[in-house]
Design a protein around this ligand. Structure first.
Ligand SMILES: [Zn+2]
Ligand SMILES: [Zn+2]
Ligand SMILES: [Zn+2]
Length: 260
């Protein structure tokens, strides 16, 4: 079976343009320089849809890119830019008439539960809160829609987080380093999505040099970068990258094979 990966957002935590910034990228007319907060959807051929993080821009993303369903959510970690859209799932509860399973990395489970404690307290009120089934996820594969989704442990500074591998595609955001045991799970990829914050080094995110080096090491057929700051102009960045690598952009859609 095939699926499509849809980039709902490719920007770092403040989004691009940055509020109040007059730099060239923030004032650019190029749509590829406008970046919602980083998230994506995987839409399987039969319509079943996996959301990779529920960003603080989720409502605008879902409207702009016509996201019709959300069947499960895979969270990478608990930072606000990646989870504050969970409240917007209410509307899918209404259309789909069911609770939505939210897979939360075991390292982030308590934090996420704390933020959304109101959704537990207010059950049964009807319409006002999202109906979510929180699942504390370890490193075992997640069975969904006839395939196995593999969580991949990553470092985001000192914090452990998850990326996810679905068939020939792996989605790894907010990465600062990848343990050797996880690199072993990233062989034979057609598509690698990897975060790359800016040119200068950062304590919790890969810089340009680090991201390119890591992408070369993983050796996917094609690598797409995400979670980018206003240091990157889309077209300029594209020209400097090796031929197997490209910056992603909001709305980019890529097809891949779900079974390895
Ligand atoms: Zn982030
Ligand atoms: Zn700027
Ligand atoms: Zn983060």
């Amino acid at each position: 079976m095939k699926a499509r990966l849809l980039f709902l957002g490719t920007g770092t935590s403040v989004g691009i343009p940055v509020i109040g910034c007059r730099c060239k990228v923030c004032s650019s007319k190029d749509q590829k320089n406008k970046r919602f907060r980083t998230g994506a959807a995987v839409i399987f051929d039969n319509g079943q849809t996996t959301l990779l993080d529920a960003t603080v821009d989720f409502r605008a993303q879902a409207l702009k890119f016509n996201l019709e369903r959300v069947d499960i959510v895979l969270l990478t970690h608990h930072h606000a830019d990646h989870i504050f859209g969970l409240d917007e799932l209410r509307i899918y509860n209404y259309y789909q008439d069911s609770a939505i399973p939210i897979y939360i990395p075991k390292y982030s489970y308590n934090e996420v539960r704390k933020v959304f404690s109101y959704s537990f307290r207010m059950r049964g009120v009807g319409g006002g809160v999202p109906i979510m089934k929180f699942i504390k996820q370890g490193t075992n594969p997640i069975a969904f829609n006839g395939t196995n989704i593999q969580p991949v442990t990553l470092y985001h500074g000192e914090t452990k987080i998850f990326g996810y591998r679905i068939g020939k595609m792996a989605y790894l955001t907010d990465v600062s380093a990848i343990p050797e045991s996880s690199l072993a799970q990233l062989g034979n990829l057609d598509i690698l999505v990897l975060s790359m914050l800016r040119y200068r080094r950062h304590s919790t995110h890969l810089s340009y040099d680090e991201a390119v080096e890591l992408a070369e090491r993983i050796g996917a057929k094609k690598t797409y970068f995400t979670h980018m700051s206003h240091a990157f102009d889309h077209n300029k960045l594209k020209k400097t990258l090796p031929g197997t690598m490209e910056p992603a952009y909001d709305g980019l859609m890529l097809e891949f094979e779900v079974n390895e």
